[in-house]
Design a protein around this ligand. Structure first.
Ligand code: HEM
Length: 460
Protein backbone atom coordinates (compact mmCIF):
# COMPACT_ATOMS: atom_id res chain seq x y z
CA UNK A 1 0.00 0.00 0.00
CA UNK A 2 1.54 3.32 -1.01
CA UNK A 3 0.58 6.95 -1.48
CA UNK A 4 0.00 7.78 -5.13
CA UNK A 5 -0.16 11.38 -6.39
CA UNK A 6 -2.48 10.67 -9.36
CA UNK A 7 -4.92 7.84 -8.61
CA UNK A 8 -6.04 5.74 -11.57
CA UNK A 9 -9.78 5.92 -12.16
CA UNK A 10 -11.79 2.76 -11.49
CA UNK A 11 -13.77 1.68 -14.58
CA UNK A 12 -17.50 0.85 -14.39
CA UNK A 13 -19.22 -2.09 -16.02
CA UNK A 14 -21.05 -1.19 -19.23
CA UNK A 15 -24.76 -1.53 -19.91
CA UNK A 16 -26.18 -1.51 -16.37
CA UNK A 17 -29.97 -1.09 -16.05
CA UNK A 18 -31.02 2.11 -14.21
CA UNK A 19 -31.97 1.46 -10.54
CA UNK A 20 -31.34 -2.29 -10.78
CA UNK A 21 -27.76 -2.12 -11.97
CA UNK A 22 -26.49 -5.67 -12.55
CA UNK A 23 -28.95 -7.22 -10.09
CA UNK A 24 -30.41 -9.64 -12.64
CA UNK A 25 -27.07 -11.08 -13.76
CA UNK A 26 -25.75 -11.15 -10.19
CA UNK A 27 -28.81 -13.00 -8.91
CA UNK A 28 -29.37 -15.41 -11.81
CA UNK A 29 -25.87 -16.52 -12.81
CA UNK A 30 -23.33 -15.07 -10.43
CA UNK A 31 -20.35 -17.16 -11.49
CA UNK A 32 -20.66 -16.21 -15.17
CA UNK A 33 -21.17 -12.62 -14.12
CA UNK A 34 -17.93 -12.69 -12.10
CA UNK A 35 -16.11 -14.24 -15.07
CA UNK A 36 -17.43 -11.43 -17.26
CA UNK A 37 -16.21 -8.84 -14.74
CA UNK A 38 -12.78 -10.47 -14.79
CA UNK A 39 -12.65 -10.24 -18.61
CA UNK A 40 -13.62 -6.56 -18.54
CA UNK A 41 -11.43 -5.48 -15.61
CA UNK A 42 -7.85 -6.71 -15.38
CA UNK A 43 -7.39 -4.91 -12.02
CA UNK A 44 -10.61 -3.61 -10.50
CA UNK A 45 -14.05 -2.48 -11.72
CA UNK A 46 -17.32 -1.16 -10.32
CA UNK A 47 -20.86 -2.55 -10.62
CA UNK A 48 -24.19 -2.03 -8.85
CA UNK A 49 -26.66 -4.44 -7.28
CA UNK A 50 -29.70 -2.20 -6.86
CA UNK A 51 -28.46 0.93 -5.14
CA UNK A 52 -25.39 -0.80 -3.63
CA UNK A 53 -22.08 -0.26 -5.41
CA UNK A 54 -19.39 -2.92 -5.33
CA UNK A 55 -15.79 -2.92 -6.49
CA UNK A 56 -14.79 -6.22 -8.01
CA UNK A 57 -11.09 -6.75 -7.27
CA UNK A 58 -9.59 -8.94 -9.97
CA UNK A 59 -5.82 -8.44 -9.86
CA UNK A 60 -4.24 -11.34 -7.91
CA UNK A 61 -1.75 -9.03 -6.18
CA UNK A 62 -4.52 -6.61 -5.19
CA UNK A 63 -6.55 -9.49 -3.77
CA UNK A 64 -3.54 -10.47 -1.74
CA UNK A 65 -3.14 -6.90 -0.43
CA UNK A 66 -6.81 -6.71 0.57
CA UNK A 67 -6.69 -10.05 2.41
CA UNK A 68 -3.54 -8.98 4.26
CA UNK A 69 -4.98 -5.60 5.26
CA UNK A 70 -7.96 -6.99 7.17
CA UNK A 71 -8.48 -5.25 10.50
CA UNK A 72 -6.44 -2.18 9.66
CA UNK A 73 -7.79 -1.07 6.28
CA UNK A 74 -10.65 -3.52 5.74
CA UNK A 75 -13.47 -4.98 7.83
CA UNK A 76 -16.00 -7.80 7.23
CA UNK A 77 -18.46 -7.15 4.42
CA UNK A 78 -22.13 -6.23 4.68
CA UNK A 79 -23.14 -9.80 3.93
CA UNK A 80 -21.13 -11.07 6.89
CA UNK A 81 -22.59 -8.31 9.05
CA UNK A 82 -26.06 -9.62 8.14
CA UNK A 83 -24.96 -12.83 9.84
CA UNK A 84 -24.32 -11.03 13.11
CA UNK A 85 -27.66 -12.13 14.63
CA UNK A 86 -26.50 -15.73 14.08
CA UNK A 87 -22.81 -15.54 14.93
CA UNK A 88 -23.06 -12.79 17.58
CA UNK A 89 -20.91 -9.72 18.20
CA UNK A 90 -17.89 -11.69 19.51
CA UNK A 91 -17.57 -14.03 16.54
CA UNK A 92 -14.25 -14.29 14.69
CA UNK A 93 -16.21 -13.65 11.52
CA UNK A 94 -17.68 -10.39 12.82
CA UNK A 95 -14.89 -8.76 14.85
CA UNK A 96 -11.80 -7.10 13.44
CA UNK A 97 -8.67 -5.41 14.75
CA UNK A 98 -7.53 -6.07 18.34
CA UNK A 99 -10.69 -7.88 19.60
CA UNK A 100 -10.37 -10.26 16.63
CA UNK A 101 -6.69 -10.92 17.30
CA UNK A 102 -7.43 -11.60 20.94
CA UNK A 103 -10.08 -14.22 20.09
CA UNK A 104 -7.77 -15.86 17.59
CA UNK A 105 -4.93 -16.06 20.08
CA UNK A 106 -7.27 -17.77 22.51
CA UNK A 107 -8.45 -20.38 19.98
CA UNK A 108 -5.19 -20.95 18.14
CA UNK A 109 -3.91 -23.81 20.37
CA UNK A 110 -6.96 -25.96 19.56
CA UNK A 111 -6.26 -25.66 15.84
CA UNK A 112 -2.50 -26.33 15.86
CA UNK A 113 -1.63 -29.03 13.28
CA UNK A 114 -0.27 -31.43 15.93
CA UNK A 115 -3.36 -31.14 18.09
CA UNK A 116 -5.69 -31.44 15.12
CA UNK A 117 -3.84 -34.61 14.04
CA UNK A 118 -4.75 -36.20 17.38
CA UNK A 119 -8.44 -35.99 16.41
CA UNK A 120 -8.00 -38.59 13.66
CA UNK A 121 -9.40 -41.59 15.54
CA UNK A 122 -12.53 -39.66 16.58
CA UNK A 123 -13.08 -38.59 12.97
CA UNK A 124 -12.73 -42.08 11.50
CA UNK A 125 -14.89 -43.66 14.21
CA UNK A 126 -17.81 -41.37 13.40
CA UNK A 127 -17.07 -41.59 9.68
CA UNK A 128 -17.22 -45.40 9.78
CA UNK A 129 -20.45 -45.33 11.80
CA UNK A 130 -22.13 -43.11 9.19
CA UNK A 131 -20.75 -44.84 6.08
CA UNK A 132 -21.67 -48.28 7.41
CA UNK A 133 -25.28 -47.08 7.56
CA UNK A 134 -25.36 -46.68 3.75
CA UNK A 135 -26.80 -49.81 2.18
CA UNK A 136 -26.16 -51.55 -1.14
CA UNK A 137 -28.24 -49.89 -3.90
CA UNK A 138 -29.34 -46.96 -1.72
CA UNK A 139 -29.78 -43.60 -3.47
CA UNK A 140 -27.96 -40.78 -1.67
CA UNK A 141 -28.01 -37.03 -2.07
CA UNK A 142 -24.25 -36.48 -1.83
CA UNK A 143 -24.43 -32.90 -0.45
CA UNK A 144 -26.87 -34.01 2.27
CA UNK A 145 -24.87 -37.09 3.18
CA UNK A 146 -21.64 -35.08 3.45
CA UNK A 147 -23.34 -32.45 5.63
CA UNK A 148 -24.57 -35.14 8.02
CA UNK A 149 -21.07 -36.56 8.24
CA UNK A 150 -19.19 -33.28 8.82
CA UNK A 151 -21.76 -31.97 11.27
CA UNK A 152 -21.33 -35.04 13.48
CA UNK A 153 -17.55 -34.70 13.30
CA UNK A 154 -17.50 -31.05 14.33
CA UNK A 155 -19.94 -31.84 17.15
CA UNK A 156 -17.83 -34.67 18.52
CA UNK A 157 -14.32 -33.30 18.02
CA UNK A 158 -14.87 -29.68 19.08
CA UNK A 159 -17.75 -30.00 21.56
CA UNK A 160 -17.84 -33.64 22.64
CA UNK A 161 -21.47 -34.05 21.47
CA UNK A 162 -22.85 -36.47 18.88
CA UNK A 163 -25.49 -34.60 16.86
CA UNK A 164 -26.47 -37.80 15.00
CA UNK A 165 -30.20 -37.47 15.57
CA UNK A 166 -30.38 -33.68 15.23
CA UNK A 167 -28.08 -33.34 12.21
CA UNK A 168 -30.78 -32.50 9.64
CA UNK A 169 -32.57 -29.97 11.87
CA UNK A 170 -29.35 -28.21 12.81
CA UNK A 171 -27.93 -28.05 9.29
CA UNK A 172 -31.28 -26.83 7.97
CA UNK A 173 -31.30 -24.07 10.60
CA UNK A 174 -27.78 -22.95 9.58
CA UNK A 175 -28.82 -23.01 5.90
CA UNK A 176 -31.92 -20.90 6.66
CA UNK A 177 -29.81 -18.25 8.44
CA UNK A 178 -27.25 -18.17 5.63
CA UNK A 179 -29.95 -17.88 3.01
CA UNK A 180 -31.56 -15.03 4.96
CA UNK A 181 -28.27 -13.10 5.16
CA UNK A 182 -27.70 -13.68 1.45
CA UNK A 183 -31.20 -12.37 0.72
CA UNK A 184 -30.65 -9.26 2.85
CA UNK A 185 -27.38 -8.46 1.14
CA UNK A 186 -28.85 -8.51 -2.37
CA UNK A 187 -32.38 -7.26 -1.76
CA UNK A 188 -32.98 -3.53 -2.28
CA UNK A 189 -35.77 -3.56 0.39
CA UNK A 190 -35.02 -4.45 4.02
CA UNK A 191 -37.96 -5.19 6.30
CA UNK A 192 -37.10 -5.05 10.02
CA UNK A 193 -36.40 -8.47 11.53
CA UNK A 194 -39.16 -7.87 14.11
CA UNK A 195 -41.86 -7.91 11.40
CA UNK A 196 -43.67 -11.22 11.20
CA UNK A 197 -43.16 -11.97 7.51
CA UNK A 198 -42.86 -15.70 6.66
CA UNK A 199 -39.16 -15.18 5.83
CA UNK A 200 -38.44 -13.36 9.11
CA UNK A 201 -40.35 -15.97 11.12
CA UNK A 202 -38.34 -18.78 9.53
CA UNK A 203 -35.05 -16.99 10.18
CA UNK A 204 -35.97 -16.16 13.80
CA UNK A 205 -36.99 -19.76 14.50
CA UNK A 206 -33.72 -21.05 13.05
CA UNK A 207 -31.68 -18.55 15.07
CA UNK A 208 -33.50 -19.43 18.31
CA UNK A 209 -33.05 -23.13 17.73
CA UNK A 210 -29.29 -22.87 17.13
CA UNK A 211 -28.77 -20.48 19.99
CA UNK A 212 -30.76 -22.68 22.40
CA UNK A 213 -28.87 -25.83 21.40
CA UNK A 214 -25.46 -24.20 21.83
CA UNK A 215 -26.43 -22.66 25.21
CA UNK A 216 -27.74 -26.04 26.40
CA UNK A 217 -24.54 -27.76 25.31
CA UNK A 218 -22.40 -25.21 27.21
CA UNK A 219 -24.56 -25.52 30.36
CA UNK A 220 -24.30 -29.34 30.32
CA UNK A 221 -20.52 -29.18 30.08
CA UNK A 222 -20.30 -26.60 32.86
CA UNK A 223 -22.47 -28.79 35.07
CA UNK A 224 -20.44 -31.92 34.41
CA UNK A 225 -17.21 -30.07 35.28
CA UNK A 226 -15.50 -32.48 32.85
CA UNK A 227 -12.33 -31.36 31.03
CA UNK A 228 -12.39 -33.21 27.72
CA UNK A 229 -9.47 -31.26 26.29
CA UNK A 230 -11.70 -30.19 23.39
CA UNK A 231 -12.48 -26.67 22.21
CA UNK A 232 -15.38 -26.28 24.59
CA UNK A 233 -13.28 -27.22 27.64
CA UNK A 234 -10.55 -24.89 26.50
CA UNK A 235 -12.94 -21.99 26.11
CA UNK A 236 -14.47 -22.65 29.52
CA UNK A 237 -11.02 -22.71 31.13
CA UNK A 238 -9.80 -19.57 29.34
CA UNK A 239 -8.91 -16.58 31.53
CA UNK A 240 -7.96 -13.06 30.43
CA UNK A 241 -4.88 -11.35 31.85
CA UNK A 242 -7.08 -9.95 34.63
CA UNK A 243 -8.40 -13.42 35.41
CA UNK A 244 -11.92 -13.11 33.94
CA UNK A 245 -13.38 -15.95 31.91
CA UNK A 246 -15.70 -15.77 28.92
CA UNK A 247 -19.29 -14.81 29.58
CA UNK A 248 -22.23 -16.82 28.24
CA UNK A 249 -22.63 -14.62 25.18
CA UNK A 250 -18.99 -14.97 24.14
CA UNK A 251 -19.11 -18.73 24.57
CA UNK A 252 -22.31 -19.02 22.58
CA UNK A 253 -20.96 -16.83 19.77
CA UNK A 254 -17.79 -18.90 19.36
CA UNK A 255 -19.67 -22.18 19.48
CA UNK A 256 -22.19 -21.12 16.81
CA UNK A 257 -19.42 -19.72 14.60
CA UNK A 258 -17.27 -22.84 14.72
CA UNK A 259 -20.25 -25.11 14.43
CA UNK A 260 -21.52 -23.34 11.29
CA UNK A 261 -18.14 -22.51 9.67
CA UNK A 262 -16.72 -25.89 10.61
CA UNK A 263 -19.19 -28.23 8.92
CA UNK A 264 -20.84 -26.52 5.99
CA UNK A 265 -17.67 -25.67 4.01
CA UNK A 266 -16.12 -29.10 4.52
CA UNK A 267 -19.36 -30.79 3.48
CA UNK A 268 -19.43 -28.80 0.25
CA UNK A 269 -15.75 -29.61 -0.30
CA UNK A 270 -16.30 -33.38 0.06
CA UNK A 271 -19.31 -33.26 -2.23
CA UNK A 272 -17.22 -31.51 -4.91
CA UNK A 273 -14.45 -34.10 -4.54
CA UNK A 274 -17.00 -36.81 -5.25
CA UNK A 275 -18.36 -34.77 -8.14
CA UNK A 276 -14.89 -34.47 -9.68
CA UNK A 277 -14.17 -38.19 -9.23
CA UNK A 278 -17.41 -39.23 -10.89
CA UNK A 279 -16.93 -36.84 -13.79
CA UNK A 280 -13.28 -37.93 -14.24
CA UNK A 281 -13.29 -41.76 -14.08
CA UNK A 282 -9.55 -42.10 -14.78
CA UNK A 283 -8.80 -39.92 -11.73
CA UNK A 284 -11.27 -41.99 -9.68
CA UNK A 285 -9.47 -45.22 -10.67
CA UNK A 286 -6.02 -43.82 -9.94
CA UNK A 287 -7.06 -42.54 -6.52
CA UNK A 288 -8.88 -45.78 -5.72
CA UNK A 289 -5.67 -47.63 -6.49
CA UNK A 290 -3.70 -45.40 -4.11
CA UNK A 291 -6.27 -45.83 -1.31
CA UNK A 292 -6.32 -49.63 -1.72
CA UNK A 293 -2.54 -49.96 -1.97
CA UNK A 294 -1.64 -47.70 0.95
CA UNK A 295 -4.46 -48.58 3.33
CA UNK A 296 -5.97 -51.92 2.39
CA UNK A 297 -8.77 -52.47 4.91
CA UNK A 298 -7.32 -50.67 7.91
CA UNK A 299 -8.65 -47.36 9.17
CA UNK A 300 -6.75 -44.32 7.84
CA UNK A 301 -4.78 -42.17 10.30
CA UNK A 302 -3.25 -38.69 10.18
CA UNK A 303 0.13 -40.33 9.52
CA UNK A 304 -1.15 -41.82 6.24
CA UNK A 305 -1.59 -38.42 4.60
CA UNK A 306 2.04 -38.14 3.53
CA UNK A 307 1.84 -41.62 2.02
CA UNK A 308 -1.01 -40.53 -0.27
CA UNK A 309 0.38 -37.85 -2.61
CA UNK A 310 -2.27 -38.31 -5.28
CA UNK A 311 -5.04 -37.76 -2.73
CA UNK A 312 -3.43 -34.40 -1.85
CA UNK A 313 -3.38 -33.41 -5.52
CA UNK A 314 -7.02 -34.37 -6.05
CA UNK A 315 -8.14 -32.46 -2.95
CA UNK A 316 -6.17 -29.34 -3.86
CA UNK A 317 -7.33 -29.31 -7.48
CA UNK A 318 -10.93 -29.63 -6.30
CA UNK A 319 -10.45 -26.63 -3.99
CA UNK A 320 -9.01 -24.72 -6.93
CA UNK A 321 -11.92 -25.28 -9.30
CA UNK A 322 -14.69 -25.21 -6.69
CA UNK A 323 -13.53 -23.29 -3.61
CA UNK A 324 -16.40 -23.74 -1.14
CA UNK A 325 -15.89 -20.25 0.26
CA UNK A 326 -15.86 -18.85 -3.24
CA UNK A 327 -16.30 -15.12 -2.65
CA UNK A 328 -15.26 -12.73 0.07
CA UNK A 329 -16.40 -9.22 0.76
CA UNK A 330 -14.69 -6.41 2.61
CA UNK A 331 -15.68 -2.90 3.68
CA UNK A 332 -12.99 -0.22 3.45
CA UNK A 333 -12.25 1.23 6.92
CA UNK A 334 -10.13 4.20 5.86
CA UNK A 335 -9.12 5.78 2.55
CA UNK A 336 -6.37 3.69 1.01
CA UNK A 337 -4.40 3.44 -2.26
CA UNK A 338 -3.83 0.02 -3.76
CA UNK A 339 -1.64 -0.22 -6.84
CA UNK A 340 -2.58 3.33 -7.78
CA UNK A 341 -6.38 3.01 -7.26
CA UNK A 342 -7.94 5.04 -4.49
CA UNK A 343 -10.50 3.26 -2.34
CA UNK A 344 -12.59 5.33 0.04
CA UNK A 345 -13.86 4.66 3.52
CA UNK A 346 -17.16 2.77 3.32
CA UNK A 347 -16.55 1.26 -0.16
CA UNK A 348 -17.61 -2.38 -0.58
CA UNK A 349 -15.14 -4.77 -2.19
CA UNK A 350 -15.81 -8.16 -3.67
CA UNK A 351 -13.16 -10.85 -4.24
CA UNK A 352 -13.89 -14.06 -6.13
CA UNK A 353 -11.62 -17.03 -5.44
CA UNK A 354 -13.59 -18.93 -8.10
CA UNK A 355 -12.33 -16.41 -10.68
CA UNK A 356 -8.82 -16.06 -9.23
CA UNK A 357 -8.35 -19.83 -9.43
CA UNK A 358 -9.25 -19.72 -13.14
CA UNK A 359 -6.56 -17.17 -14.03
CA UNK A 360 -4.86 -18.54 -17.18
CA UNK A 361 -1.60 -16.93 -16.20
CA UNK A 362 -1.28 -19.54 -13.43
CA UNK A 363 -3.57 -22.32 -14.67
CA UNK A 364 -3.49 -23.14 -18.42
CA UNK A 365 -6.83 -24.61 -19.59
CA UNK A 366 -8.29 -23.52 -16.27
CA UNK A 367 -11.63 -25.36 -16.62
CA UNK A 368 -9.94 -28.78 -16.84
CA UNK A 369 -9.69 -30.88 -13.68
CA UNK A 370 -5.99 -31.77 -13.59
CA UNK A 371 -4.68 -32.93 -10.18
CA UNK A 372 -1.14 -32.91 -11.64
CA UNK A 373 -1.18 -29.13 -11.28
CA UNK A 374 -0.43 -29.80 -7.63
CA UNK A 375 2.71 -31.87 -7.84
CA UNK A 376 5.27 -30.30 -5.42
CA UNK A 377 7.27 -28.93 -8.40
CA UNK A 378 4.26 -27.27 -10.03
CA UNK A 379 3.07 -25.86 -6.72
CA UNK A 380 6.46 -24.36 -6.03
CA UNK A 381 6.55 -22.70 -9.46
CA UNK A 382 3.34 -20.72 -8.78
CA UNK A 383 3.12 -17.61 -6.60
CA UNK A 384 1.33 -18.22 -3.28
CA UNK A 385 -1.31 -15.58 -4.01
CA UNK A 386 -2.57 -17.62 -7.00
CA UNK A 387 -4.22 -20.15 -4.68
CA UNK A 388 -6.17 -19.11 -1.59
CA UNK A 389 -9.06 -21.53 -0.93
CA UNK A 390 -8.65 -20.85 2.81
CA UNK A 391 -8.08 -17.11 2.43
CA UNK A 392 -4.95 -15.38 3.66
CA UNK A 393 -3.79 -12.78 6.17
CA UNK A 394 -5.27 -12.24 9.64
CA UNK A 395 -8.54 -13.97 8.70
CA UNK A 396 -7.02 -17.05 7.12
CA UNK A 397 -9.24 -20.03 7.94
CA UNK A 398 -8.52 -21.16 11.47
CA UNK A 399 -9.82 -24.63 10.62
CA UNK A 400 -7.75 -25.34 7.50
CA UNK A 401 -5.69 -28.21 8.98
CA UNK A 402 -8.84 -29.60 10.53
CA UNK A 403 -10.63 -29.46 7.15
CA UNK A 404 -7.74 -31.07 5.25
CA UNK A 405 -7.33 -33.85 7.81
CA UNK A 406 -11.06 -34.51 7.76
CA UNK A 407 -11.17 -34.55 3.94
CA UNK A 408 -8.23 -36.97 3.74
CA UNK A 409 -9.64 -39.35 6.33
CA UNK A 410 -13.24 -39.30 5.14
CA UNK A 411 -12.44 -39.64 1.46
CA UNK A 412 -10.12 -42.57 2.22
CA UNK A 413 -12.65 -44.21 4.48
CA UNK A 414 -15.55 -43.79 2.07
CA UNK A 415 -13.51 -45.05 -0.88
CA UNK A 416 -12.47 -48.13 1.08
CA UNK A 417 -16.08 -49.06 1.81
CA UNK A 418 -18.26 -47.80 -1.04
CA UNK A 419 -18.26 -46.80 -4.68
CA UNK A 420 -20.67 -44.19 -5.94
CA UNK A 421 -22.45 -44.38 -9.28
CA UNK A 422 -23.86 -41.12 -10.63
CA UNK A 423 -27.60 -41.46 -11.14
CA UNK A 424 -28.57 -41.27 -14.81
CA UNK A 425 -29.71 -37.88 -16.08
CA UNK A 426 -27.93 -35.95 -13.31
CA UNK A 427 -26.05 -32.90 -14.45
CA UNK A 428 -24.09 -31.64 -11.45
CA UNK A 429 -24.22 -27.85 -11.32
CA UNK A 430 -22.70 -25.18 -9.08
CA UNK A 431 -25.20 -23.14 -7.09
CA UNK A 432 -23.39 -20.19 -5.60
CA UNK A 433 -24.76 -18.73 -2.40
CA UNK A 434 -22.48 -17.93 0.53
CA UNK A 435 -20.80 -21.23 -0.23
CA UNK A 436 -20.47 -22.93 -3.60
CA UNK A 437 -23.24 -25.52 -3.29
CA UNK A 438 -23.99 -28.35 -5.76
CA UNK A 439 -27.34 -29.20 -7.25
CA UNK A 440 -28.54 -32.40 -8.93
CA UNK A 441 -26.12 -34.74 -7.28
CA UNK A 442 -27.56 -38.11 -6.38
CA UNK A 443 -25.67 -41.36 -6.49
CA UNK A 444 -26.37 -45.05 -6.06
CA UNK A 445 -24.27 -46.66 -3.34
CA UNK A 446 -22.33 -49.84 -4.12
CA UNK A 447 -20.70 -51.43 -1.11
CA UNK A 448 -17.15 -52.60 -1.78
CA UNK A 449 -15.94 -56.07 -0.95
CA UNK A 450 -18.30 -58.98 -0.38
CA UNK A 451 -21.77 -58.55 -1.82
CA UNK A 452 -22.20 -56.21 -4.77
CA UNK A 453 -18.62 -55.04 -5.33
CA UNK A 454 -19.06 -51.87 -7.31
CA UNK A 455 -16.51 -52.58 -10.00
CA UNK A 456 -18.89 -55.19 -11.34
CA UNK A 457 -21.86 -52.96 -10.67
CA UNK A 458 -20.38 -50.03 -12.59
CA UNK A 459 -19.34 -52.21 -15.50
CA UNK A 460 -22.78 -53.80 -15.81
C1 HEM B 1 -12.82 -26.95 3.09
C2 HEM B 1 -13.21 -26.39 4.20
C3 HEM B 1 -13.06 -24.93 4.49
C4 HEM B 1 -12.88 -23.86 3.64
C5 HEM B 1 -12.76 -23.89 2.13
C6 HEM B 1 -12.80 -22.68 4.47
C7 HEM B 1 -12.58 -21.42 3.96
C8 HEM B 1 -12.41 -20.30 4.75
C9 HEM B 1 -12.02 -19.00 4.25
C10 HEM B 1 -11.77 -18.64 2.80
C11 HEM B 1 -11.94 -18.17 5.32
C12 HEM B 1 -11.52 -16.71 5.30
C13 HEM B 1 -12.70 -15.79 5.24
C14 HEM B 1 -12.28 -14.36 5.10
O1 HEM B 1 -11.17 -14.05 4.63
O2 HEM B 1 -13.10 -13.49 5.43
C15 HEM B 1 -12.31 -18.94 6.50
C16 HEM B 1 -12.38 -18.43 7.77
C17 HEM B 1 -12.79 -19.17 8.86
N1 HEM B 1 -12.98 -20.53 8.92
FE1 HEM B 1 -12.85 -21.79 7.39
N2 HEM B 1 -12.95 -23.04 5.78
C18 HEM B 1 -13.10 -24.41 5.85
C19 HEM B 1 -13.23 -25.18 6.98
C20 HEM B 1 -13.30 -24.69 8.27
C21 HEM B 1 -13.38 -25.49 9.46
C22 HEM B 1 -13.37 -27.01 9.49
C23 HEM B 1 -13.50 -24.61 10.52
C24 HEM B 1 -13.60 -24.91 11.99
C25 HEM B 1 -13.56 -26.08 12.55
C26 HEM B 1 -13.47 -23.27 9.98
C27 HEM B 1 -13.59 -22.11 10.71
C28 HEM B 1 -13.34 -20.86 10.21
C29 HEM B 1 -13.39 -19.65 11.02
C30 HEM B 1 -13.76 -19.55 12.49
C31 HEM B 1 -13.04 -18.60 10.17
C32 HEM B 1 -12.91 -17.13 10.54
C33 HEM B 1 -11.46 -16.86 10.84
C34 HEM B 1 -11.17 -15.42 11.19
O3 HEM B 1 -11.83 -14.53 10.68
O4 HEM B 1 -10.26 -15.22 11.98
N3 HEM B 1 -13.34 -23.36 8.61
N4 HEM B 1 -12.55 -20.24 6.12
Amino acid sequence: MSASPAPKSIPRIRGEIPLLGSLREFASDRLSFFMRLAREFPDIGAFHVGPARFYFVNSPTMISTVLAGHGEFFAPSTIVRHLKPLFGPNSLLITHGEPHLEQRRMMAPVFQPRRVASLDAGMTELGADTVDGWTQGQILSVPEAMTHLTLRIVGRTLFGVDFKHEASDLSEAVATCMEHAEHLSTSPIHLPMSWNTPRNLRARQALDMLSRRMTEMIAQRRQSGRDSGDLLSMMLAHRDEDGTGMDEEQLRDHCVTLFAAGHETTAVFLAWVWGMLLLNPEVYEKLQHEVDTVLGDRLPTAGDIQRMPYMQQVLKETLRLYPPSHMQGRTVLQDVDIEGYKLRKGDSLLLSFYVLHRNEQFYPEPERFLPERFTPEQEKARPKHAYVPFGNGPNVCIGKYFAMLEANLLMSLMMQRVRFELMPGQHITAEPSLTLQLANFHVRVHRRGGQGDSRTALAS
